[in-house]
Design a protein around this ligand. Sequence first.
Ligand code: FES
Length: 117
Amino acid sequence: MTSSVTLSVMRGTPQTGPALTHYDVPYTQGMSVLDALLWIRANVEPSLAVRYSCINANACKECSVMVDGAVVYACAARLTPAGATVEPLAGKTVVRDLVTDIVPSKEQLGAALGARR
Ligand code: FES
């Protein structure tokens, strides 16, 4: 028997603003938050934006999100049957859904200065 878990995902853009959307995801013990997000994208909502690269190697650090208020790597954070709330990183500019602008501000400033030359 397959059980399901509810993942609440903060979605939106700077234009639309944030909104919490709830998804029922098939639950398997040991699955990661990223596994659930990718299941949602493959089966329910292809437009769900989430950044990742290495998936489960915990090497790229691109999958940083907030899960139940704590900063985690989505590929390393394990879901429990209680479900979770997933939000973009706090204090970062949201590009769309869970994708934030992660370029350090000094690099952005350098790029901006370089563009003026
Ligand atoms: S996807 Fe690379 S560390 Fe999570």
